[in-house]
Write a protein that binds this ligand. Structure first.
Ligand code: TA6
Length: 292
């Protein structure tokens, strides 16, 4: 019988947890607490997009799956020499729990705390705990605790890369009539209309003040991907399209056609301030279903 959980050296020698259970297959790297694969039993195609050119190396974010963005989103507000999207996605997290349940569900927990290498980048004491539940759905919960004696403000995102058949025919519901920052158009503030979102070019939008889940309809794969969320007021939608994708070394030139990022976040105006001792939990639950 296949072991439901195997902890081993993966690509680039980075440690990973491989899951093969009655409910799902999956893979989580300790570096970045990075879910790179999840496929519920009975689902033919991968649900998460993972670049075939992804680099597996110490301190380098893996292109695809679900990178964790923390404690800032995008470029650092005042110091552009600091890493894009914070430091959590390129750090080793401590593996706490990796446990199969009798029904085939597998739960994995990983922690990250401040240390002498994080404090120069972000001068705060914190503990982040990430709980990954792999079953018919993929449930992700990021808890951040302020373990310092002063309040701090942070941004976070579960930067989910979804695998799609053809981005040009995909539509996204759940962002109707929602305000957003358009990062492709000089950070201009706009509002999406009453219809589903359809991408027709490079798209990089931070939707604000939205607690709604999103549904990604993918006619090419005859399926829909639903992302429900809690504790999150922002949703980011990203696709580099052809020109930008050609500039991204760890993407194949035509990968843009097969992916879309729909990210569960608290970013920009929705950044969160935690008092000393306070905690915040953000969750995303991913589901795949057949669609006409
Ligand atoms: O979430 C969208 C975004 O912020 C885009 O601006 C784009 O840069 C993307 O993230 C990927 O960022 P990365 O640092 O992983 O290349």
């Amino acid at each position: 019988m296949t072991e439901p959980i195997v902890i081993e050296a993966g690509a680039g020698g980075l440690q990973r947890v491989c899951v093969t259970s009655a409910r799902a297959e999956g893979e989580v790297y300790r570096q970045g607490a990075h879910v790179t694969r999840w496929r519920p039993r009975g689902t033919e195609r991968p649900v998460l997009f993972l670049s075939s050119r992804a680099v597996y190396a110490r301190g380098k974010a893996i292109r695809g799956g679900v990178p964790i963005i923390f404690p800032w989103f995008g470029a650092h507000g005042s110091d552009r020499t600091k890493p894009m999207h914070g430091f959590a996605r390129a750090r080793d997290w401590r593996l706490g729990l990796a446990e199969p349940a009798p029904d085939g569900t597998v739960v994995i927990e990983l922690d990250l705390e401040d240390d002498e290498t994080t404090r120069p980048l972000w001068p705060h004491a914190f503990r982040a705990r990430y709980r990954v539940t792999l079953a018919d759905t993929l449930a992700l919960a990021l808890e951040v605790v302020n373990t310092s004696s002063a309040a701090f403000t942070f941004e976070a995102a579960l930067h989910t890369y979804l695998a799609v058949g053809d981005i040009r025919t995909v539509t996204i519901r759940g962002l109707e009539d929602t305000a957003y920052i358009d990062k492709v158009d000089g950070m201009r503030r706009k509002r999406h209309d009453a219809g589903p979102l359809q991408l027709t070019g490079e798209t990089d939008r931070v939707f604000l003040g939205t607690r709604a889940g999103c549904v990604v309809h993918d006619p090419a794969f005859h399926r829909r991907l639903t992302i429900d969320k809690t504790g999150s007021a922002s949703t980011v939608v990203w696709n580099p399209w052809s020109t930008k994708a050609a500039e991204i070394a760890d993407l194949e030139t035509d990968d843009w056609q097969r992916m879309v990022c729909v990210e569960t976040a608290n970013a920009a105006d929705d950044a969160l301030t935690l008092a000393p001792g306070a905690r915040h939990v953000m969750t995303a639950t991913l589901r795949v279903e057949a669609d006409a």
